[in-house]
Design a protein around this ligand. Sequence first.
Ligand code: GLY
Length: 314
Amino acid sequence: MIVVASTNGKVGIEAASNVLRSGGSALDAVEAGIRLVEANPEDHTVGYSGLPSILGEVELDASIMDGQTLCSGAVGAVKTYKYPISIARKVMESLPHVFLVGEGAERFAHELGFEQENLLSDEATKVWREGLERTLSSKAIEQLSSHKDLSSLVRLATDPERTKGTVNFIAQDAKGNIATGVSTSGWAWKYPGRLGDSPVIGAGNYADNRYGAAACTGMGEMSIRGCTAFSLISHMKYGKSVLEAGTLAMEELRSLGGNFIQDMNIVALDKEGNHAAFSSIVGKTYIYQTPDMASAQELERVFVKLDKRWQLDS
Ligand code: GLY
């Protein structure tokens, strides 16, 4: 039994471990851990108090995957519900669908009796305003919602240092079942409706009991294009160790063309419980906890160099 998470999962890893200690499932552990990160007002990359779109609206994405059945559920662009991971789980368990977005996802959450709330905290509003003021006039900010060319403003306001931020949880329970969950408020100041990799199965999230699981944080546009979570699993399927598979999945991102390349991070677990994590940033960490451990241990990720490219004018 084990829980592996991105380092911002610290607030939830004990709860996830407790689920496993008391005989709960990997899916329950992942959901319990992520809910605490989604509720954490100090984390501006996930759930309540996440940084908003360019219009100042929080839009949350999440997905969950069951490695036993390969069933999955995902939601995107959820604006008024704090726990998208739980909505994603309900999509998986009670609909014949995998992925709901926007109004449909909100309607489904309402039908299920989830509590609706304002997700934009005062602190996130302040950071949003200060972020936009670096490139936009006060007048432009006031008139954003009616602006005719929002896409050019998104390109101006986009801060590549804010493309990151998401939480990953992977758990393996006493029966050997593996589950993964990913939740995010996405890229700060994104164009409304932008979805990253977190709710896209195979891109930001994948679990398969036969091999293991992987989940990503970082610039979702890259892991969508590289099918990065699935890429790692497929390398394990063809005999690579978790360490080799993660390095290969990261290295494959070097072949992505185009002008917008930033950072990528992966956490991974194989079916034997071996874990590893990878980052294009030196010194980045991840955490893990087994039920016999009193607290989570933080370990450094394997660094895999990816050259950044960020060119707005061509
Ligand atoms: N990895 C989170 C996102 O790109 O939205």
